[in-house]
Design a protein around this ligand. Structure first.
Ligand code: ADP
Ligand code: MG
Length: 256
C-alpha cells in the first residue's frame, strides 16, 4: 500500500486555479522531490495534504485512509509532520520548549494528570524532555536547547522547525524549502541531517526545494510543477534533461 496517494486533486482560490489535476503516489521510505517556479502551487499542495485547505476536487489517502477534510491537528496525529516555507516559531520561546510543545499532543497522562502534579506526569515530563533533547541532538542543535529562538541564525531556526516536526513521530515528513536563507555550508550540513533522519527513523520525506544540487542529490524521483500542473516526473537526470523543465524552471533559475 502506498503511504500517500493523491488522485486528481484540484484547488481554487476564488477564481485562481492554484492546483490542477495533481497526482502523487509515495511509497514508504522514499525521499521525493517537488520543484517548480514561484507560484507554481507547491506550498498549496502541502497545505492541501495537511488539511490547512480542503481541495476543491480530488482524493487524498494516507495509509489507505481518506484524509480529505481532516484539520491539521488530526493529520498531524496520523503522522503527517511538516515545516513551513515561512518559519513559524515563537520568538521568545526556548529551542527545547518548541520541541516539547509539539509533543504535548502525543502525551497520555490525561486530564487528571494535567491538573495535578502526579508522579505519572512528572515521569512523562522527564521522558518528554529527554526525547526532545534527543531530537535536538539528531538535528545537531542540542547545545542550543536553552536559547530563545530570537537571536539564532536562520539556518538554526530551520533546524528547530525540523526537530519540532519530528516530535510528533511523523511517518511522512513534508519539508517546504528547508534550505531557504542558508549558506552553502549550512546546506551541506542540512543534507547530511536529512539523510540521517531518513535512515534512523525510516522516514518517508516529501521535499519542496529550489536549490538544485540539494534536491538532485537527495531524491530518487522528482516532480516538476508549473501553473499548478505536473509538467514532468522522473529521476533527477530525466528531470534535468527535460526540455519543458528547462524552459519552465531550470533555464531561468539555475542555482547551485
Ligand atoms: P509555490 O509554493 O509553488 O511558490 P503557492 O502554492 O504558494 O506556490 O501558490 C500558488 C498560487 O496560489 C499562487 O498564485 C499564490 O498567489 C496563490 N495562493 C496561495 N495561497 C493562497 C491563498 N491563501 N489565497 C489566495 N491565493 C493563494
Ligand atoms: Mg511555496
Amino acid at each position: 500500500m502506498p503511504l500517500l496517494q493523491i488522485e486528481h486533486m484540484t484547488h481554487y482560490f476564488g477564481g485562481l486555479r492554484a492546483v490542477h489535476d495533481y497526482n502523487l503516489t509515495i511509497e514508504p521510505g522514499e525521499i521525493r522531490g517537488l520543484i517548480g517556479p514561484n507560484g507554481a502551487g507547491k506550498s498549496t499542495i502541502f497545505n492541501l495534504i495537511t488539511g490547512v485547505y480542503t481541495p476543491s476536487e480530488g482524493k487524498i489517502t494516507f495509509q489507505g485512509k481518506n484524509i480529505v477534510g481532516l484539520p491539521p491537528h488530526k493529520t498531524a496525529a496520523m503522522g503527517l509532520g511538516r515545516t513551513f516555507q515561512n518559519l513559524r516559531l515563537w520568538r521568545h520561546m526556548s529551542v527545547l520548549d518548541h520541541v516539547k510543545m509539539a509533543q504535548y499532543s502525543q502525551l497520555t497522562y490525561g486530564l487528571v494528570g494535567a491538573f495535578f502534579n502526579t508522579r505519572n506526569r512528572t515521569h512523562q515530563e522527564q521522558k518528554n524532555t529527554e526525547k526532545a533533547l534527543g531530537l535536538l541532538d539528531v538535528v545537531g542543535i542540542r547545545y542550543l536547547a536553552d536559547q530563545s529562538v530570537t537571536n539564532l541564525p536562520y539556518g538554526i531556526q530551520r533546524r528547530v522547525e525540523i526537530a519540532r516536526a519530528l516530535a510528533i513521530n511523523p511517518k511522512l515528513l513534508l519539508l517546504d524549502e528547508p534550505t531557504a536563507g542558508m549558506n552553502p555550508e549550512e546546506l551541506l550540513d542540512l543534507m547530511k541531517t536529512i539523510r540521517k533522519v531518513h535512515k534512523e527513523f525510516g522516514l518517508t520525506i516529501l521535499l519542496i526545494e529550489h536549490r538544485m544540487k540539494f534536491i538532485m542529490e537527495l531524491c530518487e524521483r522528482i516532480q516538476t510543477l508549473d501553473f499548478g500542473e505536473i509538467i514532468a516526473e522522473g529521476t533527477p537526470k530525466e528531470i534535468q534533461n527535460n526540455p519543458r523543465v528547462i524552459e519552465a524552471y531550470l533555464g531561468k533559475e539555475v542555482e547551485a
